[in-house]
Design a protein around this ligand. Structure first.
Ligand SMILES: Nc1ncnc2c1ncn2[C@@H]1O[C@H](COP(=O)(O)OP(=O)(O)O)[C@@H](O)[C@H]1O
Ligand SMILES: [Mg+2]
Length: 242
C-alpha cells in the first residue's frame, strides 16, 4: 500500500520570521527525494515542519502511510512518529554518554516498535556491523561517520515507513560521505522506505535520489530528475559556482 508525503503551499518560520514561503513538494511511494540547497535556505525548517516540531502557519502537510491518509498539521510530533515517520536530525542528537546499544534501544520508544526491538536491533547490526562491534562504547566517543550511522540506525528502530534525513554528510570526510550515502540506499531498500533527504552535497545526494528539489530562500527554485537538475542554471549557480 502506498506511503507518500504531499506538501502544498507551506508557510512556516520562527515567531515573526517566515522561513518557508509557499513550498510544495511530493515524495511518492518508495522514492528517495533530495531536498537541496545551501546553508540557511530552509531545508531543516521543512523537515521540522513535517515532524510538527515547527508549526506551519499556512498550507497543507499530508501523508499517506500504508494507504491511510493523515493530515500531519493536526497531529502532535509523537503521533507523527507513531504513525511511521522518523527524522534523523541534523547534527545527529545522540546521547553521547550512553552506549551505542542504549542509544539504539531509545529509538524504539514507540509502542509498535518496542515489540520488535530485538528484530530491529539485529537488522541495525546487519546493515552497520561497526555498531555491533562498538555496541558497548559510548556514542560520544565514536567518529563522525560512526555517529551518523548510529543516528540512522536509531531512527530505524522506530520502524518508520517514511524516513527524513537531515544533512547526513555534514562534518564528514569525503570518503565517509560516499559510504554513508551508500548505506542510506541499502537501508532504504532493505526496509522498503520512502525517503526525503536534505543535503548540501549535490553530487552525493543525486547519486541515490530519484528526484530533487532545490530550495532557495524558502521557495522551491527548481525541481526535477538528476539529469534535469544537472542541466539547471540555478543548480550550476548555487553548486558549481558558474
Ligand atoms: N530556531 C530558530 N529560530 C529562529 N530562526 C531560525 C531558527 N532555526 C533556523 N532559523 C533561521 O531559518 C532560516 C532557515 O534555516 P534552516 O531551515 O536551518 O536552513 P537549512 O537547513 O537549509 O540550512 C535561517 O535564516 C535560520 O537562521
Ligand atoms: Mg539544515
Amino acid at each position: 500500500m502506498a506511503t507518500e508525503i504531499h506538501i502544498r503551499n507551506l508557510h512556516a518560520g520562527y515567531g515573526a520570521v517566515t522561513v518557508l514561503n509557499g513550498v510544495s513538494i511530493d515524495v511518492n511511494d518508495t522514492e528517495t527525494v533530495a531536498l537541496l540547497g545551501t546553508n540557511g535556505n530552509g531545508k531543516s525548517t521543512l523537515m521540522k515542519s513535517i515532524m510538527g516540531l515547527v508549526r506551519a502557519t499556512q498550507g497543507e502537510i499530508r501523508a499517506t502511510i500504508d494507504g491511510q491518509a493523515l493530515n500531519l498539521r493536526e497531529m502532535s510530533t509523537e503521533q507523527i512518529v507513531e504513525a511511521g515517520i522518523a527524522l534523523v536530525p541534523e547534527g545527529r542528537h545522540l546521547f553521547p554518554k550512553m552506549t551505542v546499544a542504549k542509544n539504539l534501544m531509545l529509538g524504539a520508544y514507540k509502542k509498535a516498535a518496542r515489540a520488535e526491538l530485538e528484530r530491529s536491533l539485529a537488522q541495525a547490526y546487519e546493515v552497520f556491523p561497526i555498531l555491533k562491534e562498538r555496541r558497548e562504547q559510548l556514542a560520544g566517543s565514536m567518529s563522525g561517520g560512526e555517529q551518523q550511522m548510529l543516528a540512522l540506525a536509531r531512527a530505524l528502530m522506530s520502524r518508520p515507513k517514511i524516513l527524513l534525513i537531515d544533512e547526513p554528510s555534514v562534518g564528514l570526510a569525503p570518503i565517509l560521505v560516499h559510504h554513508v550515502i551508500n548505506q542510506i540506499k541499502t537501508l532504504k531498500e532493505m526496509a522498503g522506505l520512502t525517503v526525503l533527504m536534505a543535503e548540501q552535497n549535490f553530487t552525493q545526494a543525486m547519486r541515490v535520489a530519484d528526484r530533487g528539489y532545490l530550495i532557495v530562500h524558502g521557495e522551491m527554485a527548481v525541481q526535477g530528475t538528476t539529469e534535469e537538475l544537472y542541466g539547471s542554471d540555478l543548480v550550476k549557480k548555487y553548486y558549481m559556482g558558474l
